[in-house]
Design a protein around this ligand. Structure first.
Ligand code: ZN
Ligand code: ZN
Ligand code: FE
Length: 761
């Protein structure tokens, strides 16, 4: 027998995912002695035994790791052979300011679901979890990940839980949030602000009966409160909208199981994988056209063909569906529109107990607020649109050093980003930095990330827009720190480059609604040649006045009038267009005066505004009730079997006058909206391809990077990628980082890092 000892250092996402018990299990299986230990920078293992067994152990370490673990590196050093009795799991060590990663929250596992059916302390216990599942990021206050540094601290383990926690062979060995009905958190039911019950059976029955009879409830979840009602009940869904301040945004729906999802939506293999993954995001699916009862409430998704769908992920979700008659419930964030999701019990009761029929809370505090994440499968790949529960705080790895850089992000759909070595920690979805509550959440979360990830800010990155709350927060952060100002669309492209480890000159195509340009105009249809340091604007969508500034984004008819006036002059008023019948002629003439006198008419090249104008011409929306409603309605109409497109002009800028003319002709001729919408999408795809091709011919660059919120459009991204690939371009688009403004902070961080490198050299 060839005995030896090996020290093994493992880095990556390995804390809070059942890694040490896993190491214990495979070490004993391979007849090795030694120990395993969590530090705040890695997991250390020492093994002694037969060298062949050690080799097999290393293979198991890589191959059999728990589902939520993500090993980054394994390094080994041979040691002097030391005799240790058995295999031990040692206590955590806080060795330095380095960190290991924090696990995102993990959906309840099947073994835990089985436990709630077994008589004993966990019968029907709604907070069951183990080393393989349960809350993580949402309850973590500091590292290393130990119970006393989580919101489970107040719950002293009962002898039975403690014994499992200390038994190395147990599935709950060192499961920090482990609990049972004797010692752990509990749900409480409130009606009219009065506590009615603490009995889980009663509460589950009450919730199920309430939902089935059309009532609305506020229920505390993993990362925040949810508002819930029956997804088939039109009246309830409408009332829910009223409660949320008439929010127009589509609501997410939780289905009983995969089978019931498939009755209402088309589900591809990749979509199914996302739905059932331990991250359990909301997956945007195409609704099935069905005429059989029951029919999902029409107002769920504002008449769009997309449906935000998720599967149960907390024990209580499964418990509810056992009692519910309905197969689908609306589960939308518990807040008023434009405010962050509520996490506080007292505040939730105060704000919602008089609005909803009952409030269901629990006494496990939520420390880090997270929303349900949103993904969409495009080109068979999962694309994250809202990065929060289940994904955060997994870092993005970079090929360069981002240590100490703090990037503040954009104004809407904000996420910020902190740099730690070659890891960039993109925050959870913060939201739109307009309301006071969201801004407070933003500031607090920045402070938490700095503390949690032990970052000492040395360099700040902000958007070029002087009036963004994020820019102002950055400039006020610390007076003596240097600040890098980053152009919005350069940040978009840099974000996508960073995701794909690109560090060279590329053709950048950034299409979105709005971003501050270096010429003071509003950009958003941009073609760059850029690297991570700088960019040159090669061409862009032609400027057009935005009558009323920000209002133009909320009222697409203003954009239609702006385009029509540009193309036809006053004579557009004689056209037989639906929008001209809908909008008060006086309002229209006011817009024309504003344009002529240049009153509150900033110039914009935003692609989103062109989509808005076309949506208005097709009379899909004149007054938007949620962000990007126009583009979403247009995409909703697209059909797959139409290859025609409209003309456009590539001059010094990209001019859509001819496109608008032909769309107007088609509308007047009575051509169906689906054909027009598809031809319009095809036009944009051609524009991107032809422009990229012109740039390639001139500059010899073959890599095209696509970013910006417009690329959330499946038809557009798939079509653009396809034609570029067919013409031998190398194409890069976002997957793990949002293509919308939620990804901006990563780009800011990358650009700041590159500029710092250049300054130091
Ligand atoms: Zn479990
Ligand atoms: Zn217990
Ligand atoms: Fe943007």
């Amino acid at each position: 027998m060839n005995e030896k000892s090996l020290q093994i250092i493992v880095t990556g996402l390995i804390q809070g995912v059942g890694f040490r018990p896993f190491v214990y299990r495979i070490a004993t299986r391979h007849k090795l002695t030694g120990w395993v230990l969590n530090t705040n920078e890695n997991v250390k293992v020492q093994v002694t035994g037969d060298s062949e067994n050690i080799q097999n152990f290393l293979v198991s370490l890589k191959k059999e790791a728990p589902a939520a673990a993500a090993i980054e590196t394994i390094s080994t050093t041979e040691m002097e052979t030391t005799a240790i009795e058995g295999f031990n799991i040692r206590g955590s060590h806080n060795v330095s300011d380095e960190i290991t990663e924090i696990s995102p929250d993990i959906a309840v596992c099947n073994e835990c679901l089985n436990d709630i059916d077994v008589p004993g302390n966990r019968l029907d216990y709604a907070f069951v979890n183990c080393t393989n599942c349960g809350p993580r990021f949402t309850i973590i206050q500091d590292l290393p990940y130990d119970r006393i540094k989580t919101t489970m601290k107040p719950f002293e383990m009962c002898p039975a839980c403690r014994s499992e926690y200390e038994t190395v062979t147990d599935r709950r060995f060192h499961a920090q949030p482990t609990a049972c009905s004797i010692c752990g958190p509990h749900y409480q039911l409130f009606v009219n602000n009065e506590i009615i019950s603490k009995e889980i059976d009663f509460i589950i029955r009450h919730i199920s009966q309430s939902i089935d009879s059309g009532r609305i409830l506020l229920i505390k979840g993993l990362g925040g409160m949810h508002l819930a009602c029956d997804a088939f009940n039109e009246t309830a869904v409408n009332r829910l909208r009223e409660i949320k301040n008439r929010e127009g945004k589509p609501f997410a729906v939780m289905f009983r199981d995969l089978e019931s999802v498939k009755r209402f939506a088309e589900v591809s293999l990749q979509e199914e994988q996302s739905l059932v993954s331990w991250r359990r995001p909301i997956v945007l699916l195409e609704k099935k056209l069905i005429d059989k009862e029951p029919i999902l409430a029409e107002s769920l998704n504002a008449g769009l063909n997309l449906l935000g769908v998720m599967l149960p992920y907390m024990p209580i979700h499964y418990q509810l569906f056992r009692q519910l008659t309905t197969d689908a419930i609306v589960l939308t964030s518990g807040n008023f529109s434009s405010e962050p999701i509520l996490i506080d019990n007292v505040l939730s009761l105060k704000l919602f107990s008089h609005l909803v029929d009952s409030v269901v809370l629990h006494n496990r505090d939520i420390y880090n607020r997270t929303d349900d994440s949103v993904v969409r499968i495009i080109d068979k790949k999962e694309r994250i649109f809202r990065r929060s529960r289940g994904f955060v705080p997994t870092p993005v790895r970079t090929t360069f050093n981002t240590e100490g850089i703090l990037a503040f992000g954009a104004e809407l759909t904000n996420c910020f980003c902190v740099g730690k070595g070659t890891k960039s920690f993109l925050s959870q979805h913060i939201g739109d930095l307009q309301g006071l509550e969201t801004t407070l959440f933003y500031e607090k979360t920045i402070a938490r990330f700095i503390q949690l990830f032990r970052v000492k800010p040395k360099l700040l990155a902000v958007d070029l827009h002087p009036n963004y709350i994020s820019t102002k927060t950055g400039l006020n952060f610390k007076a003596d720190l240097p600040v890098v100002h980053v152009q919005h669309h350069h940040a978009h492209i840099a974000s996508c480059m960073t995701e794909h480890h690109l560090d060279e000159k590329v053709i950048g195509v950034a299409l979105d609604g709005t971003g501050f340009g270096t010429d003071g105009n509003i950009w958003g249809g941009e073609f760059f040649i850029c690297d991570l340091n700088d960019f040159t604007r090669i061409t862009h969508f032609e400027y057009i006045p935005l009558p009323g500034g920000d209002l133009a984004a909320e009222e697409p008819w203003r954009m239609a009038v702006s385009y029509l006036y540009k193309v036809y002059g006053h004579s557009f008023l004689e056209l037989e267009l639906p929008l001209l019948k809908k909008i008060d002629p006086e309002k229209i003439s006011l817009i024309i005066q504003m344009i002529n006198k240049n009153i509150n008419c900033p110039l914009s090249s935003g692609a989103g505004r062109l989509f808005d104008a076309v949506a208005s011409l097709l009379d899909l929306v004149q007054f938007a009730s949620f962000q990007a409603e126009g583009p979403m309605r247009l995409e909703s109409l697209v059909k797959q079997n139409c290859v025609d497109s409209y003309p456009f002009n590539l001059g010094r800028t990209i001019c859509f006058d001819a496109t608008i003319r032909r769309i107007v002709d088609d509308v007047i001729k009575g051509i169906d909206g689906a054909t027009i919408a598809t031809k319009f999408h095809n036009t944009i795809i051609s524009t991107i391809f032809e422009t990229a091709n012109t740039i390639r011919i001139k500059e010899g660059i073959n890599k095209v990077v696509l970013s910006g919120g417009v690329f959330q459009n499946k038809y557009l991204l798939e079509g653009t990628s396809k034609i570029l690939l067919q013409n031998n371009f190398e194409v890069y688009s976002h997957a793990t980082v949002p293509t919308n403004d939620g990804g901006i902070a990563l780009g800011q961080l990358a650009i700041a890092s590159k500029r710092r490198e250049l300054l130091c050299v």
